[in-house]
Design a protein around this ligand. Structure first.
Ligand SMILES: [Mn+2]
Length: 291
């Protein structure tokens, strides 16, 4: 049985300013990891280990330069802590926090696995592919993925990413709500996007990837779901998907021999009846059912 290393990243550092299309800052996404990875949930996995890491609060940030330096420093520290425990043969699961914490896990993936035979599956309403130049908000939660495909506009950060993901091995799933610069970047790199009307095709594509590739990294943002079922998240999505759309795809992915997973953007203090936390746990359980 493979060891699962769960990393709790208590962070909302990806949200320096109110999120895109949101009027004000929301607080509490940094409390997501402790609710999703409750003791009861963790105890159901026999062979597991837990790493905990707290990021600097955005309240401490003075200006853009300070923001970039703080991000760099936090990700270097996090990388040190995680590298000591995660290897090629483990399943690394990062739970956030805002989506940018996934930078730390994907860094592990491209370092520990051969990128030529690694697939990247992004479940999200947003592509997170802005650069520091094109981002309207300047928030790293909309930029973090860019260095894995191109340049983010912050060289030091880009240098941390030693191997890029093959655009051919990347798939985006969700009813995208994206900025023009991000859509252009996706088009230029010919990255496949599957919205709700193409989920049959998505399932076939994921099946092929599971068979063909040695490793699959799944980055799962809870805002892929319709705001009717998930509103306890930073950017609720009125056009988002439902459980019946997403679960069959996760089942297919659970058959991969080697996985790494991010689960992000749960805000417990807005989740009055605990439904969103339960759904987040169900997603992890579905992906990890064959471990
Ligand atoms: Mn998102």
């Amino acid at each position: 049985m493979k060891k699962i290393v769960f990393t709790k990243v208590r962070s909302r550092l990806g949200l320096l300013n109110p999120a895109w299309k949101e009027k004000e800052n929301k607080f509490g996404v940094e409390e997501g990891p402790d609710e999703v990875l409750s003791k009861e949930f963790l105890d159901s996995f026999v062979n597991h280990e837990v790493i905990e890491y707290n990021f600097v609060s955005p309240k401490e940030i003075k200006d853009t330069e300070h923001y970039k330096k703080t991000l760099l420093n936090d990700y270097r520290q996090l990388d040190k802590a995680v590298s000591a425990k995660v290897s090629k043969n483990c399943i690394s699961v990062f739970v956030g926090g805002d989506h940018s914490i996934a930078f730390g896990n994907l860094l592990q993936t491209v370092t520990n696995h051969n990128v030529e035979t690694t697939g990247y599956i992004h479940f999200d309403t947003h592509p997170d592919l802005n650069s520091f130049e094109t981002s309207v908000t300047g928030n790293f939660h909309g930029i973090w993925l860019r260095p894995f495909f191109g340049k983010s506009g912050y060289e030091e950060m880009d240098k941390m990413v030693k191997y890029k993901i093959e655009p051919n091995n990347a798939v985006f799933i969700g009813n995208l709500d994206a900025e023009e610069a991000e859509l252009n970047f996706l088009r230029q790199n010919k990255i496949k996007i599957f919205q709700v009307d193409k989920l049959k095709e998505a399932k076939a594509e994921l099946k092929e990837m599971v068979e063909k590739l040695d490793h699959i990294h799944i980055s799962f943002d809870m805002d892929i779901f319709n705001s009717k079922i998930v509103d306890a998240t930073t950017c609720p999505s009125p056009r988002g998907l439902f459980e019946k759309d997403v679960m069959p795809l996760l089942k297919v992915l659970s058959y991969s021999d080697s996985l790494s997973i991010d689960l992000v953007e749960v805000i417990p203090n807005k989740d009055k009846d605990g439904k969103v936390v339960k759904l987040a746990q169900k997603i992890l359980n579905t992906l990890l059912q064959n471990v």
